[in-house]
Ligand binder design. Structure first.
Ligand code: DGL
Length: 280
């Protein structure tokens, strides 16, 4: 492990070459939900995805650890020559986005601001719920961003750590899921929120169960789509969009690729043909 990955990144020269790929990283497979939206919005773009599957989950880890992993992932992508980095992980965004934006030589986009923008547009009664991993909720990043956008917003947050393993098991719609949703979201339902931010890459796969419990009056905000729009806007602003052809997508993981390839389809919405393992 490099002891100061930040300094290596900081010294690199930046230049947005339209032909370069968009880099995307996540703690594992969840970020594929964000990649899916990027591919939909920007079909010409090449992408490089890194899933840190050997060290996932990030949601239960300390701030220092998530910071270090996030820099190492970014460094890998920058070395691959990407023109922009998307932090497709709520936990990494909550903890490391500011530092990454300071230190990296390419633009860095996270998933929290886009989700917050959508939540602000959606809420009428100014009561917004946020669910995420323990690290994301503890960081207070969503609450700060929502309050910065509108100080009158009341934020109700709740960590839902069991949602990640349930989704990875492929359990998105059964009695165990229903019970877990009820246990985690009962108090949020009582609080009278009209908008609920799904502040974790895995939670969009639980939309059906969450909607069933919360009722149709509560709007569910999934930041993936809005993040893709932000990526498109960032490329446009810097004239960095690829003008021709169909994008090619490469996948890298830090553990054996078999499980990523097998489970990935559920998150990406299409088959992950292959992934290359990198050493850490
Ligand atoms: N990708 C993480 C997130 O969005 C969820 C999985 C994990 O805890 O690593 O927060």
């Amino acid at each position: 492990m490099p002891s100061t990955p930040q300094s290596k990144i900081q010294n690199r020269k930046s230049k947005m070459d339209a032909e370069s790929a968009i880099g995307v990283f996540d703690s594992g497979i969840g970020g594929l939900t964000v990649l899916h939206e990027i591919i939909e919005a920007l079909p010409r773009e090449n992408t490089v995805y890194l899933g840190d599957t050997a060290r996932s989950p990030y949601g239960t880890k300390s701030v220092e650890t998530v910071m270090r992993f996030s820099f190492e992932n970014s460094e890998f992508l920058v070395e691959k020559g990407v023109k922009l980095v998307v932090v497709a992980c709520n936990t990494s965004t909550a903890i490391a986005l500011g530092r990454l934006q300071e230190k990296l030589s390419v633009p860095v986009i996270g998933v929290i601001e886009p989700g917050v923008r959508r939540a602000i547009k959606s809420t009428k009664n100014k009561k917004v719920g946020v669910i995420g991993t323990e690290a994301t909720i503890q960081s207070g990043a969503y609450t700060r961003a929502l309050k910065a956008a509108n100080p009158k917003i009341e934020v109700y947050s709740r960590a839902c750590p069991l949602f990640v393993p349930l989704v990875e098991e492929g359990w998105t719609d059964n009695a165990v899921v229903e019970m877990t949703v009820k246990a985690y979201l009962g108090s949020l339902k009582q609080s009278g929120i009209d908008t609920l931010v799904l502040g974790c890459t895995h939670y969009p796969l639980l939309k059906k169960a969450i909607r069933k419990f919360m009722g149709s009056a509560v709007r569910l905000v999934d930041s993936a789509e809005e993040t893709a729009l932000e990526v498109a806007a960032a490329l446009k602003k810097r004239a960095g969009g690829r003008q021709r052809g169909k994008g090619v997508h490469s996948f890298f993981v830090t553990d054996a690729p078999e499980r990523f390839v097998k489970v990935g389809q559920r998150f990406l919405g299409e088959k992950v043909e292959s992934a290359v393992r990198i050493e850490r």
